[in-house]
Design a protein around this ligand. Sequence first.
Ligand SMILES: Cc1ncc(COP(=O)(O)O)c(C=O)c1O
Length: 462
Amino acid sequence: MAFVGNSAASRDIAYAIHPYTNLKVHETEGPLVITRGDGVFVYDDGGKQYLEGLAGLWCASLGFSEQRLAEAAYAQMKKLPYYHIFASKSHDVGIDLAEKLVKLAPVPMSKVFFANSGSEANDTVVKLVWYYNNALGRPAKKKILSRIKGYHGVTVASASLTGLPNNHRDFDLPIANILHADCPHYYRFQEAGETEEQFASRLADNLEKQILTEGPDTVAAMIAEPVMGAGGVLVPPKTYFEKIQKVLRKYDILLIADEVICGFGRTGNMFGTETFGLRPDMIVVAKALSSAYLPISGVMMSDKIYQALVVESEKIGTFGHGFTYSAHPVPAAVALETLKIYEERDILGHVRRVMGSLQDGLRRFADHPLVGEVRGVGLIGAIELVADKKTRRPFDPKLGIGSYCVKRAQEHGLIVRALGDSVAFCPPLIISEAEIELMLTRFGTALEDTHTMMRDRGLAAA
Ligand SMILES: Cc1ncc(COP(=O)(O)O)c(C=O)c1O
């Protein structure tokens, strides 16, 4: 057997597989081992502090040391550590959370189905869309539209919805009946002389053409993140959702809002649905629902969908879907406490007070020679680095410029994420203005390091 050292890093290399990691490179470079958190900061095993500029994975909305959530989990563990909601069983926290979510929904919703992750929730969405159309006697209406660069998870169906090549390649995905529509990123995909509104109109026209080519009677639903997160923090162009929703309504196609990142204040409203004027038939929530302290997700659905599930389950004799941990009482208790904290501390009001500092602060980098586009809304944003500012020419991906910049940021005590050559920012919602400024300062240093490296390697003008 190969020698395994005692350090956390060598045991990590010996035993753990890391998602979204080049596994070969990891064997030599090893992990960053985080051991504790405090507010918007986390600390590694050497005691070094990092400002968590991505709230972990866009999720730790209340930061990394909210004692009330720890206490809510402990109290629930002592009272009822587990129960399920199969076969008409229920429990008080699951009921409370379902009621709370339905009342919080930005458009009328009737019921909530609970799962444990965004991926499971989106897999559930796919099954519900199919079940719904079978209930309505439309067995051919099954195709689900997603968008290129959309991110909806990694399970078989949700990875198929995801519109990123690395989630399909060599996993033999996507599955049948999943279609990918245009990516609504104006900066990258605009045509010469096209305004944002014209770009949105073209995408809506293309969507209609795609539906007509497939046959409207075969297209069941479209899923969309209000702001596309993992695809690069892509804020929809003006009038986009208004125009595509018109097309969807015309062909009786459901809209599903994937609010896994945008939900609970991220975009400056409780839901991205409000920020961008969506009228979804289903809303998927996860992440900030529990501030990520424990895994829980939910699919909210309109009464129209729910009534179809009732008909079909009556016909079959049961609604044959559900997870052992659907509405698990401990994450449900943590989610309830999270929602209570959002209200009591007016987290949304706080986001609205500080989000200008993030958006203005990010735009301070717009004139930098490496910066192509600065984009964002609320407390989410990205800076896209490009080889040529004028022509918007991207870097050769092999150069790994975004990754280099993010590594330098880490060196300077800031954790952010490279999505290709876009650097994403999505700090905990509790971040203060001073901490936003610290985040921007640390990023600025990393950007200068990146520029210096490029000059040294002859990749940028001296
Ligand atoms: C918009 C969106 N949907 C779904 C998912 C998948 O969630 P999970 O990783 O919990 O399965 C993510 C994860 O980042 C996401 O950003």
